[in-house]
Write a protein that binds this ligand. Structure first.
Ligand SMILES: O=c1ccn([C@@H]2O[C@H](COP(=O)(O)OP(=O)(O)O[C@H]3O[C@H](CO)[C@@H](O)[C@H](O)[C@H]3O)[C@@H](O)[C@H]2O)c(=O)[nH]1
Length: 184
């Protein structure tokens, strides 16, 4: 899709396109009424941790502790959905005054490991998040962090919310909606 948009932008001199590269979006709306409710067992870390904390799942499986990171677990650049939404508004404004196609990272530039996320979530929720160490997940990289200077330079955007905010708002959503969007 990114290549199609690039080709389109290259084919017309008036075209303007911004490709936002999301890093790891997490968190929930501050109202507690809009949050993440994946179908079945979550694939992603934060919804999985959140469902363990609320008692829907027994324990987290940590996918590998032998990466070259601070504590051996995978490191990612988590970005709050509210910041991500603001990045879209900034991109729309930017595209109104620019031509061509720009790919822009949307992250905080700061990483958190799996075990750091577990701790942050325990702190935010006041609940234990038991975990078991398991093997690496196929295809995972040790670390993924955004270079964020381009977003700031072109869009005047940067993330305002941190991992504590991500865990707090996720827990606010999960604890008030323990079954997600299901009626029961
Ligand atoms: O039950 C879990 C889930 C995840 N992790 C770890 O937590 C970190 C974050 O995992 P996740 O939330 O799945 O994000 P990514 O690994 O960055 O995966 C993203 O990037 C993948 C490859 O681009 C896509 O396939 C995914 O859908 C997308 O969420 C990684 O170190 C995982 O190994 C665990 O230890 N246990």
């Amino acid at each position: 899709m990114a290549l199609i948009i690039r080709d389109w932008a290259a084919s017309w001199k008036e075209a303007s396109a911004v490709l936002l590269r999301y890093f790891n979006p997490v968190g929930a709306d501050a109202s507690g009424r809009i949050g993440e409710d994946p179908n079945g067992i979550p694939n992603n870390l934060v919804p999985y941790i959140s469902q363990v904390a609320v008692g829907r799942l027994k324990h987290l499986n940590v996918f590998g502790t032998d990466y070259k990171t601070r504590d051996g677990t995978g490191e990612r650049d988590y970005i709050h959905v509210e910041d991500l939404a603001r990045a879209h508004l900034a991109a729309i404004q930017f595209s109104g005054t620019s031509k061509g196609c720009e790919a822009i990272n949307v992250g905080t530039g700061q990483g958190a490991t799996v075990l750091e996320m577990v701790k942050a979530f325990e702190h935010a929720s006041g609940r234990a998040v038991p975990y078991k160490i398991g093997p690496r997940r196929d295809g995972d990289v040790a670390r993924s962090l955004a270079a964020v200077d381009k977003a700031e330079r072109l869009l005047g955007w940067k993330a305002n919310l941190d991992v504590a905010d991500m865990c707090r708002t996720t827990w606010n959503w999960q604890s008030t909606n323990p079954n997600g969007y299901a009626q029961d």
